[in-house]
Design a protein around this ligand. Structure first.
Ligand code: FES
Length: 331
């Protein structure tokens, strides 16, 4: 059996995928950026061949790699990667080389929230009311059914850059006016416990492994409430050229505990424009009773005086439109 494995460097904890396949007699054929030396020893020992390309976004070079494998080993039986970013690329290669598995047409149900909703509905699972909206009238149709608030998010992809919680007509009009070009799905906001259910089935659909997690908060709430805007979320399609370039470098450097943590840096105190004071580094916060309140690596302290969680910033400065008195502020 021949299995092509795209981007074997990432995620690094998936090395056993290759070594276990090899132990089962599978030819694991890797395609990635970065030299052979950038692979861990376990992966290097597991791959029958590693084909280096200059850029995994360059589809022509992926075609060449798969053509080479077919010539050397015969028909490719499976093609996988363990990075959601490459789902569509995997599907296209499977179609072009007639490999079993998800094809581009299946992406509608895998990547598009509206497609997933259809699958859930067919399976009898209750879903939030909603659909893709292009116009104000369509959005108002959803709101009539679901009521405010509603959530609007890009229909295609993972993550949630430009995800909006819309509470009233004013916010709705502003959303419609500024809405990016791509499709948006609008759904009624459902309050409740977020529970994930992920797993693996065998080829007959029997569950052989699963995990379930309960989330204390939705990711949208965590990111949107971040008082310093230090947390952001993005669709893979919305990555900047710098971020794409950084992705391309993954695997071409050895990531060691030291390179992850970086050198010890001095504590820094930054005054955010129209916002809190952010202290970052190694420090302790000691209360008036001499108790350590919060050992921390990064904390935002309120500068506007309106936080309901003093001395910390809780984001209220944005609600009250706090502005710096002095034009001189550092960041
Ligand atoms: S500075 Fe953020 S709540 Fe005061």
């Amino acid at each position: 059996m021949n299995l092509v494995y795209l981007c074997p460097q990432f995620p690094p904890n998936y090395s056993p995928f290759c070594s276990c396949l090899k132990a089962l007699g599978v030819n694991v054929l890797g395609i990635g950026v970065g030299s052979t030396e950038s692979l861990t020893q376990e992966i290097r020992d597991s791959l029958a061949t590693y084909y280096m390309v200059d850029d995994l976004h360059n589809y022509e070079s992926l075609l060449k790699a798969c053509g080479y494998f077919t010539h050397q080993y015969g028909k490719i039986d499976r093609l996988e990667s363990h990075n959601e970013y490459w789902l569509a690329t995997d599907a296209k290669l499977r179609q072009d080389f007639n490999i079993k598995g998800l094809k581009p047409d299946d992406m509608r149900f895998i990547r598009r929230k509206s497609g997933m909703k259809e699958i859930f509905r067919k399976a009898g699972i209750k879903v939030a009311p909603g659909k893709v909206v292009h116009t104000l009238a369509e959005a108002e149709g959803i709101i009539k059914e679901a009521g405010y608030p509603v959530v609007a998010k890009p229909d295609d992809g993972v993550g949630a850059l430009h995800t909006f919680k819309i509470h009233d007509k004013e916010e709705l009009l502003s959303f419609i006016e500024k809405k990016p070009e791509h499709d948006y799905i609008m759904e009624g906001f459902v309050k409740g416990t977020i529970l994930s259910f992920d797993g693996l089935t065998d080829r007959d659909g029997n569950i052989i492994f699963y995990t379930a997690h309960t989330f204390s908060q939705g990711i949208m709430e965590v990111v949107n409430k971040c008082p310093t805007q230090a947390l952001v979320w993005k669709n893979n399609e919305d990555l900047t050229e710098d971020e794409l370039s950084a992705q391309r470098q993954v695997g071409s450097v050895e990531v060691t505990p030291r390179s992850l943590s970086g050198p010890e840096e001095a504590t820094s105190i930054r005054i955010m424009k129209d916002g809190p004071i952010v202290v970052e580094g190694k420090f302790k916060i000691i209360g008036s009773d001499e108790q350590v309140l919060k050992p921390s690596a990064m904390t935002s302290f309120c500068r506007c005086g309106a936080s309901r969680n003093m001395p910390y910033c809780d984001g209220t400065h944005r609600k009250i439109d706090f502005m710096d008195q002095s034009p001189e502020h550092g960041e």
